[in-house]
Ligand binder design. Structure first.
Ligand code: ADP
Ligand code: MG
Length: 597
């Protein structure tokens, strides 16, 4: 045993700890979920490393978590026999935050406790959540494969620093001991602990054990007490949630499972759970979150899918399992076919993975279509209620009355993830039509982002040959664009696109359901039969009359404009800028300029 070393926390950790202890009071009990999920992760990691080195199991092949408490000492301990931590790992992993986006997250904190608590919830504080209920945490650990003399003790009061020392520790794995604060007495009670574990950790695939207690009769007329019996019993179901039958899983259990794997505090918007059979067999459990994570725009951090092979955890963030435009989806894929030693590189080439990817993509699109259909059915109850056929979850189907909650779901989804979904137009040609159907826009007749291309088509004027749209930085700019004047006058709806990706995404969508998409800001707008003969005549006459003027304008603007024309597209404004057909729009040009290109 060596002397202990005092080390400072990384600045972000110190800041986070301050917030944890000051802002997360309203939801104390989540610390237990976080610590048990870490214990479960550690066992997953051991199982994974042991695929190539069975010796790591030592003499304890049964992986488990034990939760104990000591009333007199006021401590609560969560112990696992998973992979454990070396001293250096304890320093690195319990003293810093490796998560991507940490800095970004910190910069968003406002100092307003309520708002920050929500943010923190989204970010997930993991191990540090122990400090919600503890004023001191002791971690003792030994990494699998290391000798007993290379154990580590890590202690911190949750302020600026922590201490580490080398200890003797025969048993493999980690025990986290919380020295509970005065107001955390609740957790010195077996009943309470079982209740919280049942709520948050029932789906954990490992047994979570607690020592059985017995009622002891009081002596000399004193009230009795609970005494420990030395016998251990599991307090969770200990079977991975996705391996159970759908009918045996409650919505609350799905929701808690989602929260554990996603580190989200909010319930998911929708989920889909299926066993896929055929040439490639796998189980998929996919969730659509209700809120976008902070790193949604980081395309490198793709797909929140965990890959298991025959219930053995293989890897997080398996990006090969879903295309990048669906990176907001969280969940689990458990394959019956892949080899246990599959690597990221192998995943890219596997035919089974290709099948899983296609199947999961279709499933997600079906979930979205289901939400969109429910929203449509609620908007027009009589007309389209029979459209709600493609319901993903059979159990949900039974309860598929369109209530207002269902109706709002798609709008909620779209506000958070619509812009990401659009990337699919350029990324997933095979599903382009399905993706296009899922898109929603504001329009000259609807301020809310709710108009689908199919709705638009259904409302097209007789003789209208294209779906018209305009891109702009803001809704106001789009609505007030002079290029819209003629369309307004003729009562033709124009889609207003204000997302940064619209321009790019739309360049992949030339038509929808046989109707071309046409920017009103490009080239000469030919309204075909919608244009009066008289108007055309007038324009021709004007072009002739104004020829000298046009020549002089062209000369004056020769470095700035390619052409100057008489137009019929304006009603009130004297002039407007347009881009030649096939040219880069002003919007895209500006975006590229901003990006320094
Ligand atoms: P996350 O679980 O998201 O990685 P945490 O804050 O919960 O973040 O944990 C930080 C790190 O500490 C983990 O990634 C892991 O390396 C380590 N750790 C925490 N608990 C344990 C444990 N019981 N056994 C082994 N390592 C652990
Ligand atoms: Mg964790």
């Amino acid at each position: 045993t060596s002397a202990s070393t005092k080390l400072p926390f990384q600045a972000e950790v110190a800041q986070l700890l301050h917030l944890v202890t000051h802002s997360l009071y309203s939801n104390k009990e989540i610390f237990l979920r976080e610590l048990i999920s870490n214990a479960s992760d550690a066992c997953d990691k051991l199982r994974f490393e042991a695929i190539n080195d069975g010796g790591l199991y030592e003499d304890a092949p049964n992986l488990e978590v034990r939760v104990t408490f000591d009333k007199a000492a006021r401590t609560l301990t969560i112990a696992d026999n998973g992979i454990g931590l070396s001293k250096q790992e304890a320093i690195d992993n319990l003293g810093t935050i490796a998560k991507s986006g940490t800095k970004d997250f910190m910069s968003k904190l406002s100092g307003d406790q309520k708002a920050d608590a929500q943010l923190i919830g989204q970010f997930g504080v993991g191990f540090y959540s122990g400090f919600i209920v503890a004023d001191k945490i002791t971690v003792e650990s030994r990494r699998a494969g290391m000798v007993a003399g290379e154990g580590v003790r890590w202690v911190s009061g949750g302020a600026g620093d922590f201490e580490v020392e080398t200890i003797e520790r025969p048993q493999r794995g980690t025990s986290v001991t919380l020295h509970l604060r005065e107001d955390a007495d609740d957790y010195l009670n077996a009943w309470k602990l079982k209740q919280v574990i049942g709520k948050y950790s029932d789906h954990i695939s490992l047994p979570i054990l607690m020592e059985k207690e017995e009622w002891k009769e009081g002596e000399n007329d004193q009230p009795g007490d609970m005494v420990k019996t030395g016998e251990w019993e599991p307090v969770n179901k200990a079977s991975a949630l996705w391996t159970r039958a759908k009918k045996d899983i409650t919505p609350e259990q799905y929701s808690e499972f989602y929260k554990t794997i996603s580190h989200d505090y909010e319930a998911p918007l929708a989920w889909s759970h299926n066993r896929v059979e055929g040439s490639t067999e796998y189980t998929q459990l996919l969730f659509i979150p209700s809120k976008a994570p902070m790193d949604l725009w980081n395309r490198d951090k793709s797909a929140g899918l965990k890959l298991y092979v025959k219930r053995v955890f293989i890897m997080d963030d398996a990006e090969a399992l879903l295309p990048s435009y669906l990176r907001f989806v969280k969940g689990v894929i458990d394959s019956a076919d892949l080899p246990l030693n599959v690597s990221r590189e192998l995943l890219q080439e596997s035919r089974d993975v290709k099948a899983i990817r296609e199947g999961s993509t279709k499933r997600v699109l079906a979930m979205l279509e289901d939400m969109a259909n429910k929203a449509a059915a609620a908007a027009a109850p009589a007309a389209s209620s029979d459209e709600v056929t493609d319901v993903v979850d059979k159990k949900e189907e039974a309860a598929a009355e369109t209530n207002s909650e269902d109706a709002g779901k798609y709008a909620k989804f779209y506000a958070e993830f619509g812009a990401v979904l659009k990337e699919g137009l350029g990324e997933d040609f095979g599903n382009r039509d399905r993706i296009a159907k899922l898109l929603r826009f504001a329009s000259s007749t609807s301020d809310t982002v709710s108009v689908g291309l199919a709705d638009y088509k259904a409302r097209m004027k007789e003789g209208q040959e294209a779906i018209y749209y305009i891109t702009a930085d803001t809704l106001a700019a789009a609505k007030n664009s002079p290029q819209l004047e003629l369309f307004k006058k003729k009562g033709i709806e124009v889609l207003l696109m204000t997302d940064r990706v619209d321009e790019w995404a739309l360049s992949y969508l030339h038509e929808f359901d046989g109707t071309p998409l046409q920017s009103v800001a490009k080239g000469a707008v030919d309204l075909g039969t919608l244009q009066d003969e008289e108007e055309k005549k007038a324009a021709e006459v004007a072009a002739e009359t104004f020829k000298p003027v046009l020549e002089r304008l062209k000369e004056a603007l020769k470095d700035k404009a390619e052409d100057v024309r008489v137009t019929t597209r304006l009603v009130d404004s004297p002039a407007c800028l347009v881009v030649k057909d096939g040219g880069m729009s002003t919007q895209l040009a500006r975006m590229l300029k901003q990006a320094g290109q």
